[in-house]
Structures are given as structure tokens and as C-alpha cells.
Design a protein around this ligand. Structure first.
Ligand code: SF4
Ligand code: SF4
Length: 400
């Protein structure tokens, strides 16, 4: 099975760590705040950002790709991003291609942010789980425990965020309308869990009604105490199939769905563009607000720390992280799929699934869903891939 190009990698940057003004019940990243327990307000300094940029720009990349995430990255304030985006242009090697994406809950965006995103071609990923009732099931405003003291009689840590139970949908929908009016390119990022797995068409039609033309559906799989939030194996398949049938053929050229694009890129061009489908873990490094480097945002754990962008030594800290033994071992975990996967017709598309979705034994939690989805759609994907190949060949022919 092919794997993504190992000489290139993107950066997922967490400038405000796990800090967020929302408290979404299912969020896997909020608990990561406990890794930096002595920091009440995690914020990346400009010095750390500059060290990260210098290290990254010293590596050869076809595209220097930055994904700004959290928590909520816009808590950094607009001036931080203005400075970092300016610095990128100043420090990048001549002729470098730079891509920036920012994943946000949309609560703080204004026309001023929109102008900045337009100026620097920042692609915004807006988290929205569907119409009001669905979105508000888990995506709530947070309240900050005063720094001076925790809540009387509670275990809340000063500075920690608490769930207010108040939904955020109105604000997020307003943000979607703002981005559209301001002509900022944006994707909808929709988490699919127990709260919306039975409502695929309501979700899709709602996103379309907002004029959204780029969508990404992210399966929610949690374990232990949080497992009730998870999408069910059957529900994942039913959700994906219903979305595909709504999209094909009417919206094929009007709406881009990230997973559909990835399947088509693999079928038409033989390339993986997401780690979750490929044969190994990698393609990106996470940089936390402190500059600490980790292999993946599902695995921000001290025993997987790969270094720090401010490490001084002979090696570039990102190159050292990327080539470390820990990183190599981490990469290989994906190919240790269950024996059943080895004989599966869909292994090429599923790669045994992301290790986060796998129980300690057996196939992925989502296996039944993946099989149902690919069984239902692959013939139609193959037809679309042939069209992509023909159109590409025609473009090349016209270019001479
Ligand atoms: S754990 Fe999942 S998301 Fe992380 S690198 Fe591996 S496949 Fe990708
Ligand atoms: S669909 Fe199931 S059996 Fe097939 S590769 Fe994926 S997890 Fe393994």
C-alpha cells in the first residue's frame, strides 16, 4: 500500500493550546489543558512562532502548509496572526508556496478578521454540526472559573472552562453568513456523533442553505466515559451513504466533500491526501503553544513528545522530530491492522482506519460503516475518477 510522501509534512499549530471559549461536551482536545497544568492562559509567543517558522522554512516542502487549530486559535487575537502572516512572507524561501488554514468555532470573527483572511488567502474551517437543535446538543459557551479561586465547594481549577449549557448556534450561523458576505473561502467542519447520525439530510441541506460549498464530516469516536458521544458503526455508514446519495450526481460539481475528494484523488491519481486512508501515520507534526512537537493531535502526550521548535543544537528541531525513532515507531502503528483488514476489499481506502478509531483488539469501531459506504458508492466513484482522468488528460493536451 502506498504511503504519503515522507519528505514533506505540514504543521498543525495550537497557538492557544486547548484553551477555548466554547465547552463542547465531546471535545477530545479540551482535556489536553492538563498537560500544561501550570499554565492558566496558554499563548504562543511571537518568539516561539518565529522559531517554528524558521525551522519549517529551512526544510524543503512543495507547499509550506500551516493548520492553525485549538482549542480556539482566534483567542490569540488578530494582531498575533497579522504578525505571524507577515513574518511568514518575510522568512519564506524565494518562490515558496504557503498555505494557511484556520479551524475555528467562529465566535470571534469580524469583518476585520475576514479582511486579513482574504489578504493572506487563509482557508477557514468553521465547526458547525447542523441546524440549531443538533448543533446546540453539545456545542455550548464556556464560562471561565475566576483566576483568583475555583468555584466554592467544587474541584474546578482557577482559569478552567466550565460548560454553561448555553448553545452557540446563533453565533456560528452568523459567522457563516459573515464569511460568505465577505467572500472568505471556508469549509464547514461537521462532527458526526450520536447527536446527528440519524439526521444526515437535515445536516447536508442545512449547510447547503447557508451557501456552503465545501464540507468535511468527521466521525466522533471516543472511548470509556465519553463513548456515548460516539457515532455508531451502523450510523456512520447510513450517514455517509445518505450524504453521498444527496450529493451524487446533482451536487458533484457544486459541492466539495473532503472525503469524496480523497477517494477520487486516490482512484484517479493514485495519491493519498489524508493519513487516515493511507498505510501509515504521518504527514503532519503538531506544534503546541509552548513549541513542543507531537506526532498527531490525537496523540499529544508527554511520552510522544518529539522535541521543541526552540531546541538549540546542530539539527533542525522539526527535522530531528520527523526523523526520530519515536516518530518512525509511531508511523508504523497504522499498518498493524487487524487480520480481518488484511483480507478486506476496502483496505486500500480505509488502511484499517485511524488508530484512534480502533479498539484494543479487532477492526475499527467504524468498520461496519466503512464497508457499507464503500460497497454502496465505489462503482460511482470509479466512474467519477475516469471523468477526472479524462479531463486532466484533455487539459494537458491543450497545454501542449
Ligand atoms: S493517528 Fe489517525 S489522525 Fe493521527 S496520524 Fe495516524 S491516521 Fe492520522
Ligand atoms: S473496512 Fe474494516 S476490515 Fe476493511 S480495512 Fe477498514 S477496518 Fe479493516
Amino acid at each position: 500500500m502506498a504511503t504519503p510522501n515522507r519528505t514533506s509534512f505540514s504543521l498543525l499549530v495550537k497557538p492557544a493550546g486547548a484553551d477555548c471559549n466554547f465547552h463542547c461536551g465531546y471535545c477530545f482536545y479540551l482535556p489536553k489543558a492538563s498537560l500544561f497544568a501550570d499554565v492558566s492562559q496558554p499563548r504562543m509567543t511571537l518568539e516561539t512562532a518565529e522559531a517554528m517558522l524558521r525551522a519549517y522554512f529551512a526544510t524543503p516542502q512543495p507547499v509550506y502548509s500551516f493548520g492553525w487549530q485549538g482549542g480556539e486559535p482566534t483567542l490569540m487575537g488578530i494582531d498575533f496572526f497579522r504578525e505571524v502572516l507577515t513574518l511568514q512572507r518575510r522568512l519564506a524561501p524565494p518562490g515558496a508556496r504557503i498555505a494557511n488554514g484556520l479551524q475555528t468555532n467562529g465566535s470571534l470573527l469580524t469583518a476585520e478578521w475576514a479582511a486579513l483572511f482574504r489578504e493572506y488567502d487563509v482557508l477557514v474551517g468553521l465547526s458547525i454540526d447542523g441546524p440549531q437543535e443538533i448543533h446546540n446538543a453539545h456545542r455550548h459557551w464556556a464560562a471561565r472559573v475566576p483566576l483568583a479561586r475555583g468555584r466554592a465547594g467544587s474541584d474546578d481549577k482557577p482559569g478552567a472552562a466550565r460548560d454553561t449549557g448555553i448553545g452557540t448556534h446563533d453565533r456560528v450561523e452568523r459567522c457563516a453568513r459573515l464569511l460568505r458576505a465577505e467572500k472568505v473561502a471556508f469549509n464547514a467542519l461537521t462532527v458526526v456523533g450520536a447527536h446527528n447520525e440519524d439526521h444526515p439530510l437535515e445536516v447536508y441541506d442545512y449547510l447547503r442553505s447557508l451557501g456552503i460549498r465545501h464540507m468535511q464530516f468527521i466521525p466522533l469516536v471516543e472511548w470509556g466515559a465519553s463513548s456515548s458521544y460516539s457515532v455508531s458503526p451502523e450510523g456512520w455508514g447510513t450517514f455517509l451513504k445518505a450524504i453521498f446519495d444527496r450529493w451524487y450526481p446533482r451536487d458533484v460539481r457544486r459541492v466539495s466533500i473532503r472525503h469524496h475528494d480523497s477517494v477520487l484523488e486516490l482512484l484517479a491519481l493514485g495519491r493519498y491526501n489524508v493519513c487516515t486512508m493511507s498505510g501509515s501515520c504521518g504527514g503532519h507534526l503538531v506544534v503546541e503553544h509552548t513549541g513542543d512537537i507531537f506526532p498527531c493531535d490525537f496523540y499529544v502526550e508527554w511520552d510522544l513528545r518529539l522535541g521543541n521548535v526552540r531546541d538549540e543544537g546542530t539539527d533542525n528541531p522539526l527535522v530531528a522530530a520527523e526523523s526520530s525513532r519515536l516518530r518512525r515507531t509511531f508511523r508504523k502503528q497504522k499498518a498493524r491492522w487487524d487480520a480481518e483488514c488484511a483480507g478486506c476489499d476496502y483496505l486500500r481506502f480505509c488502511g484499517g482506519d485511524c488508530p484512534k478509531m480502533r479498539p484494543s483488539e479487532g477492526t475499527s469501531h467504524l468498520c461496519e460503516g466503512w464497508r457499507a459506504f464503500y460497497g454502496h458508492t465505489l462503482e460511482r466513484f470509479r466512474g467519477l475518477a475516469r471523468l477526472v482522468q479524462d479531463e486532466r488528460a484533455e487539459r494537458l493536451r491543450l497545454r501542449g
